[in-house]
Design a protein around this ligand. Structure first.
Ligand code: NDP
Ligand code: 2IT
Length: 449
């Protein structure tokens, strides 16, 4: 007789065959399937109905040409993607990433993760992701606008408040969302506010959406620390990246009494033992769009800018990787453990390699996987959709309170599910099982679709 584990291995082998070369997607699927053994042992119908196979296959994948004209009058071509992964729980929902590394495998991994993340929030949103290999770095506002308009000209055919609702991700912030919303409105001749989230406050955006991912990740880690009777107060922290997620993670850590001593971008990292000066980071990154090296140049004595080694060499109590996938390796994890790290919270999507996660878990480090810890961004996007649907707008405090209670729910769901399945404290297992079960139950109700 074939055992459950063998059945899951056979599903994994088929996923690998069907998605050859899509390393990040295969990595994300493997992590989830490795968590499901204990579920299918109790629920063989998930195997019989090919539910797992169906969940691993996106509902729809769209790839398109994005032609645009640069400031010199040259015609440039990029590739656009939207992977509509799963709409069992609501319209496809998930960000758009503009970065030269974007390819189908990366968009699929992000869409797959998004499906379970969105399920964990308890809100009515399916999972999707999209983007382009366009590199916004060094481009003028006019070039970014023309790119966004061309990108949206094709993407608009596939969107809708009840169909698919994108938002930002790496390289896509308020400026890009504004250009894309303007183009969508023009093409559709409708003021369909809830077709995009992360909008500006002047045209239907939600208060606290900009802050939500970083604030939410900090709430999650705070809840995790509380299980060991401690908190951020007095803790030394390292946050990688210096974009949207990193900045508002640093802001909330500081509000909770922690001290962030290092942050980074893709060129290097800065160390400031007196605590990173967030006003300066915001000025450099949000306003001037410059490199993080500027921080050390401007601050001078007492700060260091380092381009060798890794930001994870900096000793800390709490590490929050908030830049990109696979940025924290097994070697980095061993260094963090040797330096006495207590908790790791993933602000980015899949920033720790599988080996790094194993190192943390074996060392008894509290570990919050991205699909749980960074769910506050998309959850607040769902709150933005709610405000748009009711033609209302909430205060910052009201929205932040909802965010805090959603993060508490995500934390408690992961912890309780890990307990129920005999792995107390294993947030990876808890998040994967709880997210999977919610999607699977809805899909089962729909029959074979
Ligand atoms: P931003 O574009 O605002 O910032 C990204 C940051 O990560 C920058 O500091 C960037 O440095 C760095 N980075 C990007 N790519 C790489 C790379 N290949 N190597 C090293 N550093 C890199 O993006 P966000 O802050 O929005 O996103 C960060 C992470 O959080 C991503 O994994 C994203 O998927 C995830 N996330 C975002 C949410 C959101 O609401 N925005 C919600 C949930 C998760 P540089 O400028 O040098 O490229
Ligand atoms: O990875 C993510 O959750 C996001 N980039 C946010 C998605 C959203 O729809 O707000």
């Amino acid at each position: 007789m074939t055992t459950m584990d063998e059945k899951l291995e056979a599903i994994m082998a088929e996923v690998m065959r069907r998605n050859t070369g899509e390393e990040e997607f295969i990595q994300a699927v493997r992590e989830v399937l490795e968590s499901l053994g204990r579920v299918v042992a109790k629920r063989p119908d998930y195997i019989d109905n090919a539910l797992i196979e169906r969940i691993c296959e996106p509902e729809r994948q769209i790839i398109f040409r994005v032609p645009w004209v640069d400031d010199q009058g040259r015609v440039c071509i990029n590739r656009g993607f939207r992977v509509q992964f799963n709409s069992a729980l609501g319209p496809f929902k998930g960000g758009l990433r503009f970065h030269p590394s974007v390819n189908l495998g990366i968009v699929k991994f992000l869409g797959f993760e998004q499906t379970f993340k969105n399920a964990l929030t308890g809100l009515p949103i399916g999972g999707g992701k999209g983007g382009s290999d366009f590199n916004p770095r060094g481009r003028s506002d006019g070039e970014v606008m023309r790119f966004c308009q061309s990108f949206m000209t094709e993407l608009s055919r596939h969107l809708g408040e009840y169909t698919d609702v994108p938002a930002g991700d790496i390289g896509v912030g308020a400026r890009e969302i504004g250009y894309m919303f303007g183009q969508y409105k023009r093409l559709s001749n409708r003021y369909e506010a809830a077709v995009l989230t992360g909008k500006g406050l002047s045209y239907g955006g939600s208060r606290a959406r900009k802050e939500a991912t970083g604030y939410g990740a900090t709430y999650f880690v705070e809840a995790m620390l509380a299980t060991r009777g401690t908190s951020f107060d007095g803790k030394t922290c390292v946050v990688s990246g210096s974009g949207n997620v990193a900045i508002y993670t640093m802001e909330k850590i500081r509000a909770h009494g922690g001290r962030v001593v290092a942050c980074s971008d893709s060129n290097g990292y800065v160390v400031d033992e007196s605590g990173i000066d967030l006003d300066l980071v915001k000025e450099i990154k949000e306003v001037r769009r410059e490199r993080i090296s500027e921080y050390a140049r401007q601050k001078g004595t007492g700060t260091r800018y380092i381009t060798m080694g890794s930001i994870w060499d900096v000793p800390c109590d709490v590490a929050m990787p908030s830049a990109t996938q696979n940025e924290l390796t097994g070697k980095d994890a061993r260094r963090l453990v040797a330096n006495g790290v207590l908790a790791v919270g993933e602000g980015a999507n899949m920033p720790s390699t599988p080996e790094a996660i194993r190192v943390f878990q074996e060392a008894g480090v509290l570990f919050a996987p991205g699909k749980a810890a960074n769910a506050g961004g998309v959850a607040t996007s769902a709150l933005e959709m709610q405000q748009n649907a009711s033609r209302d707008s909430w205060t910052f405090e009201q929205t932040e309170q909802r965010l805090a209670s959603i993060m508490r729910h995500v934390h408690d769901t992961c912890a309780a599910t890990a307990d129920e399945f005999g792995a107390p404290g294993n947030y990876v297992l808890g998040a994967n099982i709880a997210g999977f079960v919610r999607v699977a139950e809805a899909m089962r109700a729909f029959g074979v679709i």
